[in-house]
Design a protein around this ligand. Sequence first.
Ligand code: SF4
Ligand code: SF4
Length: 318
Amino acid sequence: MTDKNHLNPLKESLGTNYNPSNILPAKLSADSQLHFRCHPGVSCFTACCGNINIILTPYDILRIRRALKLPADEFLLRYTTPVYLEKTDLPGVKINLDENGRCPFVTEQGCMIYEQRPTTCRYYPVGMSYFHSAGQEEAGAEEFYFLVKEDHCKGHEEDKLQTISEWRVDQGIDESDDMNREWMEIVMRRKSFGLQATLSESAKKMFFMASTDLDKFRRFVFESPFLETYEIDQETLDKIKTDDVALMFFSFRYLTATLFGTKGVGITIKADKIRAKVEELKDKQAGAEARAEETYNELVKDRDALLKAQAEAKKSKK
Ligand code: SF4
Ligand code: SF4
């Protein structure tokens, strides 16, 4: 579309309030054709920028707040509400709607952050879904498309015919997807574990901070014992000190390493920290063994005392 829009390419992963009856029952590919055009002349212009659920990816947050010239914490406070990403225990944020259920960025002229609009808004009316084969969670997910056709959206009545690939280029979706892909993979992998596998509160807080507030994540890297624990090459450190996009990609690698224990992502725990942990575990184990021995010895003592008492009782009866 050429102006504001909505709905979620990330539906299956992040959740959107589509009415399932508006989803056309066909699995589409990048070569499938789409009859659609959205422009300020359509009678429904901006109708779709209300009563929607727009989950923001880390890159969405970064580019919108940059455009608004706001630090991450102020942007989050003013424009978002925390939510759990659909069917996961991972916390993220969605855009706050105003008292009329409208997006805070919609005006009569269209979207005031159009060039930086969220990924979700770029896709509409196309949806994208990811599919992970069971047991293949570490492999890349298969992507496919579907079409959302809602009564109020007149863009479907326009003449323009294009493939989904062309639609993606037109809407700048490729760049968004490249920026979001690694984070989406984390969400999908976590989702494949089901809700019975729950993350610790500190892991949830870390995911939330890294996914929503890069300013805070940078302070965490440079102003906490982080660098005493992890081995990070100097080139990376120099880059992430000032480059937000590099820091964002670094945060994805950090989350992948910590949430899934994935190796080979360039983030390793320093050898002395591992040794200290092994010693700590050994101490704990040695402590547990000593306690077990103590308990055993007490039981033996009790048993001997009992046998002695029984023997004495027998003797006195004779
Ligand atoms: S961000 Fe822009 S395109 Fe998306 S719902 Fe809001 S006004 Fe519409
Ligand atoms: S409802 Fe459809 S055609 Fe109308 S503004 Fe939204 S996306 Fe464009």
